[in-house]
Structure formats: C-alpha cells, structure tokens
Ligand binder design. Structure first.
Ligand code: CP
Ligand code: NVA
Length: 314
C-alpha cells in the first residue's frame, strides 16, 4: 500500500443514494477528495474492490466522459457494468424498472432529463442510485472539478471560483460543493438565467457555515475580480435545444475570451465540464491555453467516481 494510503480505511457512505450534492456529508466529501487523490496515485491498490459487483448505467441523454469514465472505473475496480440508453421508464413504470434492476445489480448510475425521474427511481430501488446528470445537478462533475482545483492550487479554502454563463445543472452542483469547502463562489449570468432559488438559498446557508462568500451578479467584471478559476459551460444544455437561438443572443457578452480571463487573477485557471462549443461560451485560444484545466477535469472524472463507487459500493 502506498504512503498516505486511505485504502484500508474507506469511509462508508452513510446515505443510500447520491441524487444531489448534499447527499454527501461534509466529512464524506472531504474523505472522497482524499480517496480520489489516493486512487489516482495508486490505482492498483484498489483493483478488485468491486469484484463480483454489477452496476447498471441508464442514460437518457448522450455522454462521452460520464459513460466512459464510469465504465472504466467499474472495470478497473473489478466490477462489471451494463449500459442501457433511451428513456428510463419509457416502456414500463419507473417503479417496475427499479425493482427489476434490484434483482440484477448492486448499483445504478442514471443520466436523466428530469430530477424527478432519478428521485422516483431511487425511491423504488433498494440498491444505491448515482446521479450522472439531471436538469438540476451534475454532482459527479463537481467532485472531479474540486479535485482538479485542489491539485492546481494545493488547497481550496479561500480560493475564488467564478462561473460565467447559464446558472444550470453544472453551475448548481459546483456552487453547492464549492461553498461547502470554503471557496468563494461567484456566478456571472444574464437576467433570466440565474441558478434556481432553492439551490441558491441552500448555498447561502452552507456559505454562512464555511465562511465562504456567494455572489450572483449580472456584472461580469465583478464576478471575475480576484477569481482563481473561471468556469463556463454550454449556453444550451441537453433538452433545451429549442431555445438555442434566444440563448446565444442572451449569453453573447459572457463568452470566456482572453479579454475576460484578463479580468481574473493573473494565475487563474480556465475550467469547463465539456463538451465545449468553441466560438460560443469559450474561444479556442482559452480552451487551448496552458491555464486551461479542462482535460485534467475530464481525467479526474475517472478518479473521483472511483472514490465515490468505493464509498458507496466497496
Ligand atoms: N462533462 C460531462 O458530463 O460530459 P459527458 O456529457 O460527455 O458525459
Ligand atoms: N449543462 C450541460 C452539461 C453537459 C455535461 C448539459 O446539461 O447539457
């Protein structure tokens, strides 16, 4: 076992499902980050941890990163996965789907259009359910993102993370996860595209406890001032395609360019969950710059999800 290994003392997840970021306790979140770093350092120590376990991946929407990193994570931990696309509960009630899966697998990873779908699935399934993106949250992404920031800066507390663009699923998960860890969080977004009020209220409560600040503004310069990391995501998320033209217009000033990056700290990194639309939310030079951490984020999806699987199913 490698030095500093947390292999022999994996904290067991106390809840049943990861449907929202807050389903992880603070202790579990901190442990997960330590474990993800250890898994990344010494992956061989964890091979076999999911031996004999089967996991179903149910995806209503396309995916490159999430699907492949879950499939690889499960395989590298010694488990096996089965994949199913199309509407979850399209052919039969969700409660029946859940109870079929219960008889075959030890866990479910689901990417759904509506958060209610995964909530209902989890209500009927007795095995753990992991949210692989819904309209409201993308918790697995946020875990890999904070791991990436920690790697780049060596710590999280006291750093400022700025999200520019749509107050969407990625922004909402990131906001909750960042402020809990003591990071100052700013959202710069146009009117009408704020994160949802319930999530903002939750984040305000968490920030009050951790001592972090939370700012939601339409002023781009204000959002960017002092930022250690500048994050953006697509302006039109999966399922919103009919609004694409309207959104392109509304978000135009929020495109992350070298000019906008210059308003953050000189050592600020650029982040994106990917897939990116160069020429829309981000320019090609920003994506390709040294300070761009986008492929580290993508890599860390594998390690962070391994840590999550170990804590939930190991
Ligand atoms: N970031 C992310 O979730 O990518 P995919 O949609 O390719 O899974
Ligand atoms: N907000 C984007 C994220 C994709 C990973 C979407 O939901 O389409």
């Amino acid at each position: 076992m490698g030095p500093g290994s947390v292999h022999n003392r994996i904290l067991k997840f106390s809840g049943s499902d990861l449907l929202r970021d807050l389903d992880l306790t603070d202790d579990e979140l901190n442990h997960l980050l330590d474990l993800a770093a250890d898994v990344k350092r010494t992956p061989e120590e964890y091979a076999g941890a999911l031996a004999g376990k089967g996991i179903a991946l149910l995806f209503e929407k396309p995916s490159l990163r999430t699907r492949l990193t879950f499939e690889l994570a499960i395989r590298q931990l010694g488990g096996n996965s089965v994949f199913c696309d199309g509407p979850v509960g399209g052919r039969e009630p969700l409660k029946d789907v859940a109870r079929n899966l219960d008889r075959w697998v030890n866990g479910i990873v689901a990417r759904v259009f509506a958060q209610e779908t995964i909530e209902e699935l989890a209500q009927w399934a007795s095995v753990p359910v992991i949210n692989a993106l819904s309209d409201l949250y993308h918790p697995c992404q946020a875990l890999a993102d904070v791991q990436t920031i920690q790697e780049r800066f060596g710590n999280l507390k006291g750093l400022k993370l700025t999200f520019l663009g749509d107050g969407n699923n990625v922004a909402q998960s990131l906001m909750i996860t960042a402020v809990r860890l003591g990071m100052d969080f700013a959202v710069g977004c146009p009117e009408g595209y704020l994160p949802n009020l319930e999530t903002v209220a939750q984040a305000e409560g968490l920030a009050a406890v951790s001592g972090a600040s939370l700012e939601i503004t339409h002023e781009i310069g204000k959002a960017l001032a002092g930022a250690h990391a500048v994050y953006t995501d697509v302006w039109t998320s999966m399922g919103q395609e009919r609004e694409a033209v309207k959104r392109k217009k509304a978000f135009r000033p929020y495109q992350v360019s070298d000019e906008l990056m210059a308003q953050a700290r000189a050592d600020a990194i650029f982040m994106h969950c990917l897939p990116a639309r160069r020429g829309e939310e981000v320019t090609d030079p920003v994506m390709e710059a040294e300070r761009s951490a986008v492929f580290d984020q993508a890599e860390n999806r594998l390690h962070a999800q391994k840590a999550l699987l170990l804590m939930m199913l190991g």
